[in-house]
Design a binder for this molecule. Structure first.
Ligand code: GLY
Ligand code: MN
Ligand code: MN
Length: 455
């Protein structure tokens, strides 16, 4: 029951990321930068929806990772000189009139007291300070596209150096995108991050369970979405980590379906892909279950096959394995199973090569997850598949989709028509094997069937 005492349901809240951890992250990054350089990380402005209404704001994850600061219109400027660095934050200053309408701001004093930064000033000063400070640097680390004033100040600094080189020789000659360096740090999660991710996965698991308990033939996709997202907020998540997918019947065969506006019919399987964001960290969980509480024999066969492939892929989440082993493991089980069911008529080996399996399983088996649901981290550094290391977190999400609305599936045996099933968990790689952060969310067929409609 998700609507109860949150501490009893979820245990103690995990600690937020400490100031010293943010300092550690900054040091790890700054120590890789060249001397006489500037690092600039911006958050964008809130986007206006209409008149006085804004779209919900979520900051740039790199800025969140380095400082924990989540306000719009902010810029981290770290100048590195003589091997030393200083973290300066430009931010929206205190403004009583605006705060009366929009909410309190930490301002300069609050930021200095509560966040891991050295100095701070108003965002209004950013252009002037950049023009002056960049003159003394040789390299600027900066990702374009978050703040146009900052983008043009950096461009001007580099252009003026290039054009004026023969007369003055001041200013940076190079802009380097720092996001690759930050991605390498973000890829390995700390203990504190893991606990936040586990908590986000637990919130999401309870929300999925609540949806199962309230399932019945005739429920609307939007109602299931309402239960799930209501649980996210009730249990303390800030929001969803990505728009919830709730698709019943053939809607479950559309991978990123998001209309969520159809009534679920007797006999439909509903596919729910929904995860919360807690303290910035995403969960990403998919469960598929029959709204009337009982899988048909055909649905059961597909469900158990997807589950078998998911368990095989989780078993491949082992330190030292190449990340593509998860896809190999899941695909092999699915190809063999589809041949056994007579859905694929060539051999499993051929189906893996000739695109037959892709007709029913057309996406990857997993992706990194962390501050972003599709988290950063190059999958094939220097062209070679990355090997799993302790502290990486990846989703495992095989699925099978039989959209009989698809012209290429005209000949499908009607018993499979309209079935879409995906099972997705979030898996931490550890020295002791895979640790499923979302293990609280049931996925065994009997357990799911007994939960449906039990509320
Ligand atoms: N929720 C999107 C995905 O599973 O990748
Ligand atoms: Mn996913
Ligand atoms: Mn998902």
């Amino acid at each position: 029951m998700a609507f109860g005492n949150t501490a009893e349901l979820l245990g103690a809240k995990p600690s937020p990321i400490s100031k010293s951890e943010y300092r550690n992250r900054q040091e790890k990054l700054y120590s890789q930068l060249t001397d006489e350089s500037a690092l600039i990380i911006c958050s964008s402005s809130a986007k206006v929806r209409s008149n006085d209404v804004h779209h919900p704001y979520r900051t740039n994850s790199d800025l969140l990772y380095l400082t924990g600061w989540s306000e719009p219109d902010s810029v981290l400027l770290a100048i590195k000189s003589d091997g030393k660095w200083n973290s300066h934050l430009f931010l929206q200053p205190r403004n009583t009139e605006l705060e009366i309408w929009e909410g309190r701001r930490p301002g300069v004093e609050g930021a200095l007291e509560g966040w891991a930064i050295d100095t701070a000033s108003s965002i209004e000063e950013v252009e002037g300070v950049l023009i002056k400070e960049l003159e003394n640097t040789e390299v600027v680390y900066h990702s374009v596209g978050f703040n146009s004033i900052v983008d043009s100040a950096v461009e001007k600094a580099i252009n003026s150096k290039t054009r004026a080189r023969q007369q003055i020789g001041e200013g940076p000659t190079q802009r380097i995108d720092p996001s690759g360096l930050i991605a390498e740090l973000r890829l390995i999660k700390s203990e504190a991050e893991i606990e936040l991710m586990r908590y986000s996965a637990e919130i999401s698991s309870l929300a999925h369970i609540e949806a199962m308990k309230n399932g019945y033939a005739g429920i609307g996709e939007w109602q299931i979405q309402g239960i799930i997202e209501g649980c996210f907020r009730y249990l303390g998540a800030s929001n969803w980590a990505y728009p919830s997918i709730v698709g019943c019947g053939e809607n479950a065969t559309i991978l990123h379906y998001h209309a969520n506006n159809q009534e679920c019919k007797d006999g439909d399987v509903v596919l729910i892909d929904a995860g919360s964001e807690y303290e910035g960290y995403a969960a990403d969980i998919t469960r598929s279950w029959p709204v009337n509480g009982k899988f048909t024999e055909s649905q059961k066969k597909i469900y158990n096959l997807v589950l078998k492939s998911q368990l095989a892929a989780i078993d491949a989440c082992v330190v030292g394995n190449e990340y593509i082993e998860i896809h190999r493991a899941a695909s092999k089980v699915l190809a063999e199973g589809l041949v056994d069911l007579g859905i694929i008529t060539c051999s499993p080996e051929e189906a893996l090569e000739n695109g037959e399996l892709k007709k029913y399983f057309m996406h990857g088996t997993g992706h990194w997850i962390g501050l972003d649901v599709h988290d950063v981290g190059i999958y094939k550094p220097e062209g070679k598949p990355r090997k799993f290391e302790s502290g990486m977190v990846i989703t495992i999400e095989p699925g099978l989709y039989f959209g009989d609305w698809r012209p290429d599936l005209n000949d499908l045996d009607p018993q499979w028509a309209g079935i879409g099933i995906r099972i997705e968990d979030d898996v931490l790689i550890t020295e002791n094997g895979p640790d499923v952060l979302s293990s609280r969310c049931p996925k065994n067929l009997d357990e799911i069937e007994s939960l449906i409609g039990s509320s």
